[in-house]
Design a protein around this ligand. Sequence first.
Ligand code: MSP
Length: 552
Amino acid sequence: MPKTFFVTTAIDYTNSPPHIGHAYEKVLADVIARYHRLNGDKVFFLTGVDQHGQKVQQSAAKAGVPPAEFVKEITQKFVDLWKKLDVKYDEWAETTSERHKKVVQGILQRLFDAGQIYKDKQAGYYSIRQEQFLTEKERGAEGEFGPEWGQVEFREEENYYFKLGDHKKWLLDYLQKRTDAVIPDFRQTELRNAVEKLSGDLCISRPKSRLDWGIELPFDKNFVNYVWFDALTNYISFASYDSAIHEYERQPQEFRDKWPALQIIGKDILVPAHGIYWLIMLHAIGFPDKAMPQLLVHGWWNLGGAKMSKSAGNVIDPFALIEKYGADPVRLYLTGAIGTGWDADFSEERFLTYYNSALANGLGNLVSRTLNMIHRYLSGRLKKTHEQPGTDATSSSLSYIERWLAGQTCLYSEDFDGGEHRTQDGKLFPLPKFQIHHAIGLILDAIAMCDRAVEESSPWKLAKNPSKGEELARVLYVLTEAIRIIAIWVSPIMPKSAHAIFDQLNWKMEPELNGKEERFSLADAEWGELPDGHVVGKPVPLFPRIESRGGV
Ligand code: MSP
């Protein structure tokens, strides 16, 4: 049975509507998923929403609606956004669903039966306003709790605990053995340091008197689960995991074909949630080391150097941004102007500059000027002057493009997700994993190289000289091939634009391919597919130049 490439993202809290930080994570996952499909791999892409918990209960109370109604409304905003952004997932995870609840309760019962979950009493200072126990960290210099905690009282509360500490040694050994458990490397180091300091167990419940918006503990109906067993389990409950089957090897085939996943999460939820709780939970329910997920940890889009948050009032509304500029440019910018793993600062001004240079003056202009020249000088009909790409082109950039089209230099290598790429002069250089901005940078280089080839060969001059007909045809054929291949390469990042370019090239126009991802394949990104005599379509502006205007 062929393995499916399984990619998941963090599920988003439904306590407030999505902002562009959420959008970035989903687009990053979508680009990776689309790239794999382009490469002919079978893909399962899971994402969804985290609907339980204290914050949601509080936000719903503030809005004066029942939590179920509140989450329904916010969930719809996420669904609408993913649709607008062309984020194409295969399964949608909502943690209030019965399917999910059954798996969470099954796992909790199993761990309880195995003595991994126990009841204990916690005593300490409790903030009534924030509804949480306070620790020494929250005390000021004089030993006082600040006014942000409101009334603080001493309380005793019984809760259930998961024996996290039992698995500390296992986790350290696992991280020692598997050097790419977490990407990038520095995040794995951060995790290892945190595990070394790990002490104590994990409280996994809240009494219903305090929180009732959650999944009830199967062994004590006075408590709900809080919260990580609920949230994290989505990665398996929506991938056909059966909690009644203890041995990993006996899990249903639908699950075994998908798992383990590449999990895409933000830097804030590596430690402790995914890096410690999740890996230990999986280990405790019998997942072998080889079935541990790989964690791809991305950085954050900030605003004016500060964290984006609804409470701070500094969020960028992704709907407004897409409305103004279109989904594709937003997808390109969010993944192209940040290094995977690092933070970046969002500004609409910089977005516009990027848009104008990469798209309006870059890709869009290349497509329209090339098609215009084919219509003007060749009545729209391409001439394939040579079967094999040559090295005898008169312009050095044209000759470079030909060699590149022939695969001697390669922008998207098969290990786009890791491994190597080549620089313009054909030298190899290592590409840290999932550095999509590098791949995008190389595509932009290719566009610039095509522009240079146009300037160097000056088709408008060749057209005036009847003896240069062959050379003119060659330049225009090579440019059109380059555009066709660039469209394939950008299709995971800008799917709609890739279709629009194919339409204008009048290429792969079969109705069954219309708007479908199958229209593009990495195998087609090779020299010479456009036949002699191919008639191209008329250019239609793809990315009109936008002058700076007011912010979103
Ligand atoms: N519900 C939890 C995750 C549970 S996973 C089992 C959660 N939700 S969240 O809505 O706060 O964040 C969802 C994802 O969006 C996280 O991976 C988080 O890092 C990411 N981002 C939130 N703000 C972000 C930016 N400003 N920039 C990039 N990603 C951001 O955490």
